[in-house]
Unconditional design. Sequence first.
Length: 205
Amino acid sequence: MTLFTSPKKAITANAVRDMAYHCQMLEAMGIVDRSVINIHVGGAYGDKKSALDRFRLNIKELPDFIKQRMTLENDDKTYTSEETLGVCENEGIPFVFDYHHFYANQADDADLDDILPRMISTWRRIGLKPKVHLSSPKSESAIRSHADYVDANFVLPLLERFRQWETDIDFMIEAKEKDRALLRLVEELSAIRGVKRLAGGVWKS
């Protein structure tokens, strides 16, 4: 795991090396200008405020050209969408919104109508489409676990919210059945009245 919240300098140094490696790989592939390196904020170490302060300090060790390619994602246990978005706004880092994680970790009672437009704004600096992770819980008793497929009824309220901002979004599927989950979700969404499938996985409502 790539950590910038650790009190140990060696772990921060490893995080910088890890980010540099991934950035070099993107450069070698010729896609660095249209790709990002997504990580989580990291551990809380029993004191979330101090950990966030360390993140802001430790991230300064990361060369700016690498930081320009990084994104942060809210997680399902520790850093909520509101907390992660706050870090992104302070550091000029695009925010990858994970809807499943938001559902599982709503300690701050964040409002989607507040979170989503702010999330979109964090992407304007690098000129890429905002990225959103889609998955659904395996069951009521295993809320944090990913289901094999994506429940269209679970994600539809989120998709409906995005209508009001008329912004192109890259939705990234996180499901055990991978491509099969994507194809099933596209078919289910395409069957909804008022939804038009443009090509492949591209659709609008």
